[in-house]
Design a binder for this molecule. Sequence first.
Ligand code: MF3
Ligand code: CO
Ligand code: CO
Length: 252
Amino acid sequence: MSDVPRITTSAELQAMRRVGRLAARTLALIGSKLAPGVSTGDIDRWVREDTAKHGARPSQLGYHGFPAAVCTSRNEVVCHGIPRDDERLEPGDIINVDITSELHGWHGDTSATFCVGEVSADAKHLVETTRRALQAGLAEVRPGAHLGDLGAAIDALAREAGCSVVTDWGGHGIGRKMHLPPHVAHVGRRGDGLVLREGMTFTIEPMLTLGSPETQVLDDEWTVVTRDGKWSAQFEHTVLVTRRGHELLTLP
Ligand code: MF3
Ligand code: CO
Ligand code: CO
């Protein structure tokens, strides 16, 4: 497909590697600071500080009016949670921190779900299954593979573990913009969809739930929650299709 941008030069590759590593390092830093009592507003401040320290910009700040530098999605929040000073982490919570950074006009996007203190067995299962679902999707990425292969692998793993895959939201191409084609669904059929080619860069970011996969957007017009109130987890990497397979761009 001609509307799917590809990295072609080593300068572009270096730029994507640099910003990907930066986003991953900021995410790791935030992960090391999470504890009961920390507010999601604190997370937003830390992301702003660390991103600025590296001469970068939080891509999400002001994106279609998004009011913060980072998405913080706790428990039944699926994605796009808005950080607040009056939302404090409690033992037993799970929280996804989603960081997108821009450096020299290039974007890197990564997220992880963290457990706060001891969490329930169900929550732990959800988080670990979602982490494995992302890995299952990544394992399919190589030239000639179809996008449907990724979705099929992710969905199969999730179902096997008794979890549901959210279909209202998905991954996306990324490069000179945070969101580019293609749309990356986390369900699908083998052999369906776009054929991957060397140089494509996109995210895989499965959102799994412990109940129904149905979601709704709250009145703030951003926060996506499960309709049934069951908890949701998400992990995200930015990946490059290479000649032989793929390269993870968002490793610290
Ligand atoms: N980083 C998010 C993603 O994975 C983007 C959220 S858009 C925002 O695609 F405006 F909500 F920040
Ligand atoms: Co993201
Ligand atoms: Co993304």
